[in-house]
Design a binder for this molecule. Structure first.
Ligand SMILES: CC(C)(COP(=O)(O)OP(=O)(O)OC[C@H]1O[C@@H](n2cnc3c(N)ncnc32)[C@H](O[C@H]2O[C@H](COP(=O)(O)OP(=O)(O)OP(=O)(O)O)[C@@H](O)[C@H]2O)[C@@H]1O)[C@@H](O)C(=O)NCCC(=O)NCCS
Ligand SMILES: Nc1ncnc2[nH]cnc12
Length: 329
């Protein structure tokens, strides 16, 4: 079976068993994605990106910026999941209330960071996915990759045409709109509307393969990021350096993977080298970083792996026991 097929076959009964408290499930969903973004930014090395030990190619943000931003947006994922557990309309109709929540928290994110755009793409992706997971729990359906991403795709069906295609004749407001008009790329909207193909085909297989080989969580996350960078059409790279920058980063990421990625000394050396080159060129694959955080959160949800400190609602911890958070070292 193709590895990506194996990925799709894993599932977890978020709310499938009867009598599960959907409020608790919403917290569990939100916690999975919060863990994803916190573990993403903490991991090191990440070419051009902020880590616990480097500001990467950013003069306007560091790990503390991400901490306050994550604290500001954390409730968003719980609220989006909770809306998903209650919403009675179609998946497509679910996007509107989720978008209202997301836009409110985008404002809170920017207020928390003094206007710095740390995680807009992740806020959008994880908000949609949290609502999608909540909807599956409402229907007592087990949460697997296929159902989760197809629900997200159904929620955002037509989004690119509505927000990018028809907007072609008006002045671009955001980076994504400008890049669509300039290069025809769809950015995060295209990734979500297509059902997160980059996460299915690159992110989840890389994370699970690295963990199965005994890599530490941090090395597995770095390895997953490089796997995402090798294929992601990252508009933050396009924004900063056009297709020359995007092609450079993707080819260097592929070279690092051929040397073993974060799982071998040669591969890790190539990753450190790419980090230095991204900083020299002021390049930052923020889109791939977002997808890394999404990959981790989805893995926690569908495989039942304990997220950082979260327990699955369906498996209450015994008194005195606490879930073992994943080793980051
Ligand atoms: C729906 C929106 C989020 C779309 O926003 P926009 O029109 O701007 O579209 P994009 O620019 O295409 O994407 C926005 C961010 O998404 C990330 N991203 C880009 N490409 C991809 C991809 N292929 N896959 C996944 N994610 C992608 C990326 O975000 C990350 O990078 C940012 C940090 O990098 P940096 O270079 O520092 O960015 P800037 O500060 O902007 O540039 P500089 O000035 O520093 O050079 C950071 O955002 C990361 O997250 C793209 O930036 C939006 O329009 C929207 O509607 N938002 C409201 C929220 C919402 O709808 N929520 C609903 C559910 S809650
Ligand atoms: N670690 C990171 N550094 C820079 N931009 C990001 N966007 C999301 N995560 C990021």
């Amino acid at each position: 079976m193709q590895f990506s097929q194996q990925v799709k076959s894993q599932r977890c009964d978020l709310g499938a068993s009867s009598g599960v408290d959907l409020g608790a499930v919403s917290w569990q969903i939100g916690s999975a994605f919060l863990a994803g973004t916190l573990l993403e930014v903490a991991s090191h090395p990440k070419p051009g990106l902020v880590t616990a030990r480097s500001n990467g190619s950013h003069s306007d943000m560091d790990i503390k910026t991400f901490m306050v931003a994550s604290a500001a947006i954390a409730p968003c994922f719980y609220q989006c999941a909770e809306v998903g557990t209650r919403h009675q309309g179609s998946a497509r109709e679910l996007l509107r209330p989720v978008r209202e929540i997301g836009c409110r928290y985008e404002g809170l994110l920017l207020a928390a960071t003094g206007g710095v755009n740390t995680q807009r793409g992740f806020l959008f992706s994880a908000g949609v996915l949290s609502a999608a997971a909540g909807r599956l729990a409402r229907d007592r359906m087990s949460c697997d990759v296929d159902r989760l991403f197809s629900t997200a795709a159904a929620m955002t069906d037509g989004l690119c045409a509505r927000e990018l295609g028809n907007g072609g004749d008006r002045e671009a407001v955001t980076a994504g709109e400008w890049l669509y008009q300039r290069y025809g790329v769809l950015g995060i909207r295209g990734e979500v509307e297509a059902g997160f193909p980059t996460v299915v085909e690159a992110g989840l297989p890389a994370l699970r393969s690295a963990r199965s080989k005994g890599a530490s969580l941090e090395d597995a996350l770095v390895h997953t990021l490089i796997s995402l960078m090798a294929v992601c059409e990252d508009t933050t790279l396009l924004w900063r350096g056009g297709f020359e920058a995007l092609d450079f980063v993707r080819s260097k990421a592929r070279e690092a993977l051929q040397a073993g990625g974060a799982l071998t000394p040669a591969g890790m050396s190539a990753i450190h080298q790419l980090d230095a080159e991204c900083i020299t060129r002021n390049l930052s694959p923020g889109g791939s970083a977002d997808l890394l955080a999404v990959t981790y959160g989805v893995d926690v949800l569908v495989s039942g792996a304990p997220g950082a400190g979260t327990a699955f609602a369906g498996q209450p911890c015994k008194a005195g026991q606490s879930p073992q958070p994943p080793r980051i070292s």
